[in-house]
Structures are given as structure tokens and as C-alpha cells.
Design a protein around this ligand. Structure first.
Ligand code: FES
Length: 906
């Protein structure tokens, strides 16, 4: 190894990298440069972008030796000394351009290079300069706004509910100092290589593992199912806990773990999976739901006949009879493929023993669920396990499931040493959960007036080898498949089918985006047959207050779908007129405008779903909020603090957050099902109100008093008089709080009966999207040109963050509609699996509808899942409007679109 000297953020450094060592690795592991992120190690994601002599490069593709004598700049250095980077950091915060923040270092570094040369770039110049850096959260629009220096629309009247304030955690993200899951391990700790099945289904036999480990330099332990001290199984739904940490006799999907090697970093780096003593016997696999239900298919789980995991069912009225008497009936068959979450941060973490306790640091959406699962696997009492969530570089549902955590825990328990594990992009994609592929058949009828009068839905979902959140998908789909409409005669049945594919789990929408494609596409077909305008047809059938849903649930307030749809009327008329004019003079390119709607019940379906929030005042006058709701980029840290601060009556900026940690913060439940703003927000409101009541009572002032806390004092302005309370004179509790309030909120729901009748959710959120697309009639390529997205959020706690969620969700919906399909063995990286780039995202006009919800904090509703449900069907409807070709499967790749166009032209 030779010395390599270069300048790093203005300082001379010398290092001795191994031949060919990636610059990204040298920066992160030798030079304390963990602001440089690694998302793929293949130059696909751009997260590792740094400047080399002022030019942006992928550090993962650059050998360290190659930078000898040159100047390397990274975000952390730029943030300290470069005025352009500092200005950009302010703009990123003003626009909410960093959500999870894992792409932010690469994105900002690339933008700094642009702005140094062109301080006022055009939008196209920004897209060109940032085209190599992927973001999965933001939908890129706010990044474009920030780089171009467009005016930000902030509002800060103390950060109360309704204010568009900056994220409270934004400064660390733009400074490159937030610590994500691969950033927390000390350098040089033991590492892990997980041995995974190369086949969808295989038997396997180990060689002499002990002898192999003893003979292999640097290997400290080998773990298999025999090393699991508790039960070798995990899962998220109690009745469906079925996934082994290590397969025991045969593997059920490509990428399933059978063993793990623990060793020094050098040993793990030198180890190829083929070196490991295991013999595989490939077995016939069922990799689609038709084969899996055939008589020749292997049974994946003995207790699940015909590989049917479970089903869901909702029925009201008589769908069959209604369809028989309907004056117009349409039907369709729709398919979708696996969709990969594609977060830029692969799963990673670090674990260590502290006394007889095991501590795990990893990115997660559900720290308490992780602890509960590890209690079973490790055979330890929960008190012996501590989960400390790190920053998380995107989750979107998949990081609700365990990934690296069991391997880390087992390895540190076995060796007694600190251990680190980071998945490669390939093993992340192979082993993490996916969106369920779907196969849906639907019939819908209507009378001549346009009223929907019969609806019969049957959907099968490929849940892969293990249940994960498949039962949730099976249950949610029949509840939601109607869309946000009044339908009196309805039948919806769903089934989750096991295959030898990766487990399908939670992904933004839990199956609802798939069912919405079928329902919203057929609504357009039905409207056309009736000779009705598609938007007016939807408005005619839209659900309203006091009208039962298909589950028989009647909301007396809060149903906002009508307003969402009506808010699109102006754009609908204008954009359709513009498309018509364009098409009159264009042959190769045709434009179309599509519309679709969606709804989503916030929180668990008919199950307890509590969040607990603790807050307190210290003798020094600090206002402390224990915020256990994981912020995975969506903004929970800021939104829940705004709700709490409003309830307490103090500025949000004065609130000090204590982040999730199972030793410290109460359980705020998992970050899923669009529940944190609603459920944890409601708990935060209660906690703030209770804390305020304690202080007011102690100070003997009126309910309207204005409170403030500082320098050991509580001050109340009440009726023109100032009251002061010396907090240091008060007794404190065990945690040192002079005042403390712990409050829990659990949404009021009712169980569903055998026909799916009940009250599954206390609130729904509603959405309607309009999109303009341009289709190349010769190539079949589809380019979305503009979205108008209308969302009923009840009360926008922070409109800036609402917009960010909407734009990010639309980007994911666009990817699902047009380009994304995970194929095991074929698209296991980010150059074969395409997610939208900055060049794919058109402008998004967000319309915020506020139809307050009686249960939500200050009327707020959840939003996280709603944002992509209407996107894909709106795009498919727009393709039809442009071409006359109806697409019934996603992704609608150019080949599929071109073939459909050819069919209608022939
Ligand atoms: Fe870009 Fe999360 S903010 S990937």
C-alpha cells in the first residue's frame, strides 16, 4: 500500500488505501468522512457525490489512488467554509428540500458545483446537473426550487398549527452531520457477511463450519439456525409470524439467509459467498400466483392450504343482483408487478453488548416492535434489549420489518464484541419486502343517470414466501377497493398467495394503490360508456357525510372527497382544452389528461393502535418532548412538535426533542398507515394540554394565560398581570421534571364482522390527482408534463411539509405506473431497476383541502399513503385520453404502451 496525499476540505491528508480502494470507503472509514453516503457502490444513485478539483464525481467509482494531489470537497467541509454551500443549506431548509436527508449530501454537493459556475441556473440546467443523484422522498421539485433560489413560502407565527416552518431536524441534514444507520459504528468493529440462497427454492447442506471458520483468517464466528437461542422466527402480525432468521431445511426465496459469517473487516471483505461451505440443491419453485395455486406446487407453509395465506372480504347489499339490473356494466382484468421501496439507504446497523444487555443501533420504522421481535429470537427479556434508532434514509414501509437487527444481535451476543452490518444494494433488494404484485378482476355497473349500482371485486396478491404485512394488505383492500364513493351493492374479496418470491409487505398504501388502478380505470370506462365527463361522474358518485361506506361506517363529518374533486374542475377544463389544441397539430406526440381519486383509512384496521407521548418542564425551564414517533423523512419531528407546542401554548422552536430510544421514550407506535400525525399527534396534543393544565393550576392562573419558560422560571401573563414561578423550588420526578404529562391516544374503531361491516378507521383522508401526459405514439414512451394534486388533510399542520409529502408520493406513483418492476435475479440494482430521476418529475400544483376531522389533532388527518394512491390510475387514464389505448398492467413500459397503441390502430 502506497501513501496517497490529497486535500480534503482544504486540509492536507495522507492515507494508505489498499489498491483500488474506493474513495468513498477511504473517506468514510479512514478519514472520518461519513457525510459521504453510499447507496449502491455502482455509480447509480449519486449519494456519494463529492467534488474533485471542483467537479462532481461518484466517490464509489473513483479509486483513492486516482485523487492523489487533487482537492476533494464533501458536504461537511463545504458547509463549514463555502458561502455557496451555506446559502444552499439555508434554501434547502426554507423549501423542505431534505426529507430523510440521505441523498442531501450528494444532491447539495452536485448543486454547489453548478451554482459556482452558474449562480442563476435554469430549471433544465438544474436537472442536468443533478440528474445523476437519486432521491426517493421528495419528488425533486423542492430541490429544484432550492437550487434555483425560488422564493420560499414560510410562515412562522410561533410555529403553531398551520405554520409552514422549517423542519426542526433540517440543520443537521444540510450540514452533513446527521448520523444514519451506517454512520454510527466505530471504525474497525467486526462485520458480518450473510450467506443467502442463490435460488428461489433450494435445499442446502453445510460443510464442516467449525473447521472452515477455524481455518479462515479473521473469522470469529459462523451463525446458523442452531445459534438462535430463542425461536428462529419473526414476523409482524401475531397470527402470521413465519419467517426464519436463518432457513433450516430449504430456502423459500432467492436471497433468503441460511448463515452469517462474523469476522474482521478484512476477512469479511476478502470473503466471497462461494467460499462458504454450503452445497445447494435447486428445487422447483412457484414464482407466480397461478403456479403456486396449482396442484403440482410445493406447499410453502403446512398450515396454509393451497398456498393461500389468508383473505379479506367486505360485502354490503347485493352486488350480483345490482349488476344484473344495471343499465351499463364494465369489467376489466388488471395486473401489477413487484415494486421495490428503493430507499437510497440500504439496511445497516451496529450492535454491542453493554453488560448483559444488547444494544442495537439501526434505521427502523418501529423500534418497539423490533424489540418485541428480538425478545422472541434472542430468548431474552425485553429489559435486556435496547433499540436506539439512527437517522433513517427512507423506509416507505419496508423498514417496519426486521432486516439486519437479528444478525447484529446474534453476532454481538456470540462474540461479545461490537458488530456492524451493512447490506449491499443487491442484498437489500433481494431480501427486503416489496409491494405486492396484484391480479384483479372487477365488474362495475351503473344506471343511466350515472349512479354506480353494483361492484364486484376479486383480487389475488403475491405475498411471497412469508406473510410480513400480507394479511394487512388482504384486509385493507376490500375495505378500500370501492374508492371514496357511495356504492350500495358491493362485494370485494382478496387473497394473499404464497410464492417462492421475496416477502411482500408494507409499501405506502398496503395494496390500495393496486386496487385503485382497477377501480379508477374502470370508472373512466364506465363514464365513457355513459357519455359522461369522467370528473363529473366521480363527483356524482363521491362519498359524502352521512352516507355509509361499503363497511357500513357513517361519518357525520370530515368526508372531503367531493371538495378534492371539485377543486380540479378549473384545471380539468383548461388542461383538456390545451391538450386538444396540441393534438390538433401533432402526429407523433399526443397529449392526454387523466384524473383519479383515492382514500385511505388512517391507522390500524379495527385494531388497537395507541401512541403515548411524554412531555415535561425541567427546573431550568426547558420544555422537553419525548417524541417516539419515528421521523423517516415525512416530518414527524416537526409536525408533532407543532401540535404539542400549540397545545402547551409555547413557540415550537422552544421545544427540545428527545428522540426514539426504547430505554427512554414511551411507545408512539410504528410509523406506518399514515398514523403518526393523527395518532401520535393526538397524543402530543393531549400531553401538551395536560402539561399546560398542571402549570396553570400550580400557578393559580386562568386557562387563557400566556405561558413561557426560561432560565428557571415559568411565567404566566394573565389578565394584565405577570405571574412567576421559580421552577427550582419544585420537587422533581425521577427523570428530573418539575412538571410531567404522559398521555395516550388510541383511535376509536370497531371490529369488522364476517361481511366486513363495522368501523375500521376513525378517519379517512381523501385525494384526487389530475395529470397531463405526452405519449410518443411511435415509441410508446410516456412523459408526465404536469400534476395537479388535491388532498384533504383535515388541517395542514405544516403546509410546506404537506406539499413535500404530496410531491414525493407522486414521484413514487409515477415510478409504479411507468417504470418500476422488481424481478428477482434481473433487476437487483439501481441501473436495471429504474426509479424516477429529477428529469422525470414535472411540476406539481398542490391543492390543500381542509375538511376537519373530529378525531384528529386540531382536525388533522394522515397523509403519507394517500399521496400516491391516485397517481398511477390518473396516468393510465391520461394515456387512454391521449392514445385511445387502455393499459391494464403496470408498469406501463414503452413496450406495453406501444403494443396497446398498435392494437387500437390495427
Ligand atoms: Fe432524498 Fe430521502 S430526501 S432520498
Amino acid at each position: 500500500m502506497n501513501d496517497v496525499s490529497f486535500s480534503l476540505n482544504g486540509k492536507a491528508v495522507t492515507t494508505q488505501p489498499a489498491t483500488g480502494a474506493r474513495l468513498s470507503e477511504t473517506l468514510r472509514e479512514t478519514l472520518d468522512g461519513r457525510d459521504v453516503k453510499i447507496g449502491c457502490n455502482a455509480g447509480d444513485c449519486g449519494a456519494c457525490t463529492v467534488l474533485l478539483d471542483g467537479q462532481p464525481i461518484c466517490a464509489c467509482l473513483t479509486p483513492t489512488q486516482q485523487v492523489s494531489g487533487q482537492a476533494v470537497e464533501t458536504l461537511a467541509g463545504l458547509h463549514v467554509s463555502d458561502p455557496v454551500a451555506q446559502m444552499l443549506g439555508e434554501r434547502f431548509q426554507d423549501h423542505g428540500a431534505a426529507q430523510c436527508g440521505i441523498c442531501t449530501p450528494g444532491m447539495m454537493v452536485a448543486a454547489v458545483a453548478l451554482l459556482r459556475e452558474d449562480p442563476t441556473p435554469s430549471e433544465q440546467a438544474v436537472k442536468d446537473a443533478l440528474g445523476g443523484v437519486l432521491c426517493r422522498c421528495t419528488g425533486y421539485r423542492k430541490i429544484i426550487d432550492a437550487v434555483m433560489g425560488r422564493p420560499a413560502v414560510l410562515k412562522d407565527d410561533g410555529g403553531v398549527v398551520g405554520d409552514s416552518i422549517r423542519r426542526l431536524d433540517g440543520a443537521d441534514k444540510v450540514a452533513g452531520v446527521e448520523r444514519f444507520s451506517d454512520d454510527v459504528a466505530p471504525v474497525g468493529t467486526l462485520e458480518i457477511l450473510v450467506i443467502r440462497s442463490p435460488f428461489a427454492r433450494a435445499g442446502f447442506r453445510f460443510g464442516d463450519l467449525a473447521a472452515w471458520a477455524a481455518a479462515t483468517d479473521g473469522v470469529e464466528a459462523v451463525l446458523t439456525a442452531a445459534d438462535v437461542p430463542g425461536r428462529n422466527v419473526f414476523g409482524v402480525i401475531p397470527q402470521f409470524v413465519d419467517q426464519p432468521v436463518f432457513a433450516e431445511t430449504e430456502t423459500r426465496f432467492r436471497g433468503e439467509a441460511v448463515a452469517a459469517v462474523v469476522g474482521t473487516p478484512a476477512a469479511i471483505k476478502a470473503l466471497a459467498p462461494d467460499d462458504f461451505p454450503v452445497t445447494w440443491s435447486e428445487l422447483p419453485a412457484a414464482t407466480d400466483i397461478q403456479t403456486a395455486q396449482g396442484s403440482a406446487a410445493a406447499t410453502l407453509h403446512e398450515d396454509r392450504t393451497g398456498n393461500v395465506m389468508c383473505g379479506g372480504f367486505v360485502q354490503c347489499g347485493d352486488a350480483k343482483a345490482a349488476l344484473a339490473r344495471a343499465e351499463v356494466v364494465v369489467e376489466g382484468h388488471f395486473n401489477s408487478g413487484f415494486v421495490e421501496h428503493g430507499y437510497i439507504e440500504p439496511e445497516a446497523g451496529f450492535a454491542q453488548m453493554v453488560g448483559d444487555r444488547v444494544e442495537i443501533y439501526a434505521g427502523t420504522q418501529a423500534p418497539v416492535m423490533d424489540r418485541d421481535s428480538l425478545e422472541i429470537i434472542l430468548g431474552l427479556d425485553a429489559s435486556k434489549i435496547r433499540i436506539v434508532p439512527t437517522g433513517i434514509g427512507g423506509g416507505f414501509g419496508s423498514k417496519l420489518d426486521l432486516s439486519v437487527q437479528p444478525y447484529l444481535a446474534l453476532a454481538t451476543m456470540k462474540t461479545g464484541k461490537p458488530v456492524r452490518l451493512t447490506y449491499s444494494r443487491r442484498e437489500s433488494m433481494q431480501s427486503s419486502t416489496k409491494r405486492h404484485p396484484s391480479d384483479i378482476q372487477l365488474r362495475i355497473g351503473a344506471d343511466r343517470s350515472g349512479k354506480v349500482c353494483g361492484f364486484d371485486f376479486y383480487g389475488e396478491f403475491d405475498t411471497g414466501a412469508y406473510a410480513s404485512w400480507g394479511p394487512t394488505v388482504a384486509n385493507r383492500v376490500p375495505v378500500h377497493a370501492s374508492g371514496p364513493y357511495r356504492i350500495t351493492d358491493y362485494r370485494a374479496e382478496s387473497k394473499g398467495i404464497h410464492t417462492h418470491n421475496p416477502p411482500a409487505g408494507a409499501f405506502r398504501g398496503f395494496g390500495v394503490p393496486q386496487s385503485a388502478i382497477a377501480q379508477e380505470s374502470l370508472f373512466d370506462v364506465l363514464a365513457e360508456k355513459l357519455g359522461m365527463d369522467p370528473l363529473e361522474f366521480r363527483i356524482l358518485n363521491a362519498l359524502e357525510n352521512h352516507v355509509p361506506t361499503v363497511c357500513g361506517q357513517v361519518f357525520s363529518q370530515g368526508v372531503g372527497i367531493g371538495k378534492c374533486l371539485e377543486s380540479l374542475r378549473t384545471a380539468w377544463s383548461a388542461e383538456r382544452g390545451a391538450a386538444e389544441r396540441f393534438n390538433a397539430t401533432s402526429e407523433t406526440y399526443k397529449r392526454g389528461v387523466g384524473v383519479a381519486a383515492g382514500w385511505y383509512g388512517c391507522g390500524n384496521t379495527s385494531l388497537p393502535n395507541p401512541s403515548t407521548i411524554k412531555s415535561g418542564i425541567t427546573p431550568e425551564g426547558r420544555v422537553v418532548l419525548h417524541q417516539g414517533a419515528m421521523d423517516i423523512g415525512q416530518g414527524a419531528n416537526t409536525v408533532i412538535a407543532q401540535i404539542f407546542a400549540t397545545a402547551l401554548g409555547v413557540p415550537t422552536i422552544s421545544v427540545q426533542l428527545v428522540g426514539p430510544d426504547t430505554d427512554v421514550t414511551p411507545d408512539a407506535g410504528k410509523t406506518s398507515a399514515s398514523r403518526q400525525t393523527y395518532v401520535s399527534g393526538a397524543a402530543a396534543r393531549l400531553s401538551g394540554l395536560a402539561l399546560r393544565a398542571l402549570v396553570l393550576k400550580r400557578m393559580n392562573v386562568s386557562e387563557g394565560a400566556v405561558l413561557s419558560f426560561s432560565e428557571g422560571l415559568a411565567v404566566a401573563l394573565d389578565g394584565g398581570k405577570t405571574h412567576r414561578l421559580d421552577l427550582a423550588t419544585l420537587e422533581t420526578d425521577a427523570e428530573g421534571f418539575a412538571f410531567c404529562a404522559i398521555e395516550t391516544y388510541d383511535p376509536p374503531t370497531k371490529p369488522l364482522d364476517a361481511n366486513g361491516q363495522g368501523a375500521p378507521y376513525a378517519q379517512f383522508g381523501y385525494a384526487a390527482h389530475l395529470v397531463v401526459v405526452e405519449v410518443d405514439m411511435k415509441l410508446g414512451t410516456v412523459k408526465p408534463l404536469k400534476f395537479v394534486a388535491s388532498h384533504d388533510v383535515g388541517q395542514a399542520i405544516n403546509p410546506l411539509l404537506v406539499e413535500g409529502q404530496v410531491q414525493g408520493g407522486i414521484a413514487q406513483g409515477l415510478g409504479m405506473a411507468l417504470m418500476e418492476e422488481y424481478l428477482p435475479g434481473r433487476t437487483e440494482n439501481l441501473h436495471d431497476y429504474l426509479i424516477p430521476t429529477i428529469g422525470d418529475m414535472p411540476p406539481v400544483e398542490t391543492i390543500i383541502i381542509e375538511e376537519p376531522d373530529a378525531h384528529g389533532p386540531y382536525g388533522a388527518k394522515g397523509l403519507g399513503e394517500h399521496v400516491l394512491i391516485p397517481t398511477a390510475p390518473a396516468i393510465l387514464n391520461a394515456i387512454y385520453a391521449a392514445t385511445g389505448a387502455r393499459i391494464t398492467q403496470v408498469p406501463a413500459t414503452p413496450a406495453i404502451v406501444r403494443a396497446a397503441i398498435k392494437r387500437v390502430q390495427s
